[in-house]
Design a protein around this ligand. Structure first.
Ligand code: ADP
Ligand code: MG
Length: 361
C-alpha cells in the first residue's frame, strides 16, 4: 500500500518535472519569437537607407533615426547649396564661418581620419571631385591636365582650420572645397544607432547605402552574414561574406563598409574612371584594389578607412589595416585575388562563395 502511494507520488512528480521543463523551454522559444521585427527604407544622403530593428518600439525608433539622417543631410550635403558645409566652401579664403557644433564635430573626425589614412582620405578633395564632374548635370568627364594640377594645390586637410572656441571653420584658400562623401554615410550610421539605443532598441541592422552598422546579435543567435559584392558582377552578387558573431562585436556593435571602383564610373578608350580620387595624383586611385571592405567598431572611421585603404592600395593599405587595432579588411584585385587581414579567417568569420575568387592571404 505504502509502496503504491510512493510510486504514484514519484510518477506525478516526474510528470510535473518533465512538463515544467517543456513549458519553460516553450517560453524561451516564445521570447525569441516575440522580438517583433520592424524594417523601413528611405532615400536620403543620395542613397537607399534601410533600418531593421528587433524588439518593441521599432517603428517609432526607425522613424526618429530617419529624422536624424535628414538633419545630417542638411548639414553635410555638397550638392545642396544651402547646406552648412557649403557655407564654409563659399567662404574659402575669406572669413571663418560659424557653424553648428555637429558639423565641427564631423570636420574634426574627418581631419583625424585623414591623418590616420596618411592623407589618402582627404575631406578637402572637393576641388577634384567637382572638376571631374561627379554630381554635375553634364556628368563626369576627363579634365585637362593643367586643371588637375591646379586643383591638386587646393587639396590639403591641414589647411582646414577649426576653432572649437569660436565654433567656426575656415578653408585657407579660395577654391578649396570640402566633400564629406566618403564619411557622411558612416557618420549618419553612427548617429542612427545612437537614436535606436536611446529608444531602447538593442538589436538592429542599419544599412545606409552599403555602410552597415550591426547592433547586438541576431535574435536567433546565428552570426550576421554581410555579403561582399563581386566587384565585376552586374547583378550585384556576393563573392563572399564576413560573418559577425557575438565575439566579433566591439562594445556591442560593429560597422562594415566597402569602397569600390564599380560604384560610380565611366569608361573612355577602355579605361575605367571611377569616383575615388587619389589626392596625390588627382586621378582615380590605382592602388591595385578594385574593392576594399573594412570592419571596425566606429562607423565613421570604417567609412573613411574604406576610402583611404582603397586609395593607399593593396600593399600600403594592407599594411596600414594590419597595424590598426580592432580593424579588419578585405582587398579584392582585378584578377579576383582576395587579401584578408589576420583577424579574418576563411571558413571561420570569412566565407568564400564564388570559386572564381582566390584567397591569397
Ligand atoms: P561610396 O560613396 O560610393 O560608398 P566612398 O565611401 O568610398 O564610396 O566615398 C566616395 C566619395 O568620397 C566620392 O564620391 C567623393 O565624393 C569622395 N571622395 C573621393 N575620393 C576621396 C578621397 N581620396 N578622400 C575623401 N573623399 C573622397
Ligand atoms: Mg568611405
Amino acid at each position: 500500500m505504502n509502496n503504491k502511494i510512493m510510486t504514484v507520488i514519484t510518477i506525478v512528480i516526474l510528470i510535473a518535472v518533465v512538463l515544467f521543463g517543456v513549458i519553460s523551454q516553450r517560453q524561451e522559444q516564445n521570447e525569441e519569437l516575440e522580438l517583433e521585427e520592424y524594417e523601413n527604407t528611405a532615400m536620403m544622403l543620395d542613397t537607399v537607407n534601410t533600418i531593421r530593428t528587433y524588439g518593441p518600439g521599432g517603428e517609432e525608433a526607425v522613424q526618429q533615426a530617419f529624422g536624424r539622417l535628414e538633419e545630417i543631410e542638411a548639414l553635410l550635403d555638397l550638392y545642396d547649396e544651402e547646406s552648412s558645409l557649403n557655407r564654409i566652401n563659399q567662404n574659402a579664403g575669406g572669413e571663418a564661418v560659424e557653424v553648428e557644433a555637429e558639423l565641427l564635430e564631423v570636420l574634426e573626425l574627418a581631419k583625424e581620419f585623414a591623418a590616420e589614412n596618411q592623407g589618402a582620405f582627404d575631406p578637402t578633395i572637393g576641388a577634384l571631385t567637382l572638376l571631374w564632374g561627379w554630381g554635375s548635370e553634364e556628368g563626369p568627364s576627363i579634365p585637362a591636365q593643367e586643371d588637375i594640377e591646379q586643383a591638386l594645390g587646393l587639396v590639403d586637410y591641414n589647411r582646414l582650420e577649426i576653432s572649437p572656441e569660436e565654433q567656426t571653420a575656415r578653408l585657407e584658400e579660395e577654391g578649396m572645397i570640402l566633400d564629406l562623401g566618403a564619411i557622411a554615410k558612416g557618420y549618419a550610421g553612427d548617429e542612427a544607432v545612437e537614436v535606436l539605443l536611446e529608444k531602447g532598441i538593442e538589436r538592429a541592422f542599419v544599412n545606409l547605402g552599403g555602410n552597415i552598422v550591426l547592433l547586438g546579435t541576431k535574435p536567433d543567435e546565428t552570426p550576421w552574414r554581410i555579403g561582399i559584392q563581386n566587384p565585376r558582377s552586374d547583378r550585384g552578387s556576393a563573392m563572399g561574406s564576413v560573418d559577425i558573431g557575438e565575439e566579433d562585436l566591439i562594445n556591442g556593435q560593429i560597422a562594415v563598409a566597402t569602397s569600390g571602383d564599380y560604384e560610380r564610373y565611366f569608361e573612355d578608350n577602355d579605361t575605367r574612371y571611377h569616383h575615388i580620387i587619389d589626392p596625390e595624383t588627382g586621378y582615380p586611385a590605382e592602388g591595385g584594389a578594385v574593392s576594399t571592405t573594412v570592419v571596425s567598431e566606429n562607423p565613421s572611421r570604417t567609412d573613411a578607412l574604406s576610402t583611404g585603404l582603397f586609395v593607399l592600395g593593396l600593399e600600403r593599405g594592407l599594411e596600414l589595416a594590419e597595424s590598426l587595432e580592432g580593424v579588419e579588411a578585405v582587398f579584392i584585385t582585378e584578377d579576383k585575388e582576395v587579401y584578408l587581414t589576420s583577424g579574418l579567417e576563411v571558413d571561420e568569420n570569412f566565407q568564400l562563395m564564388d570559386d572564381e575568387f582566390i584567397i591569397v592571404n
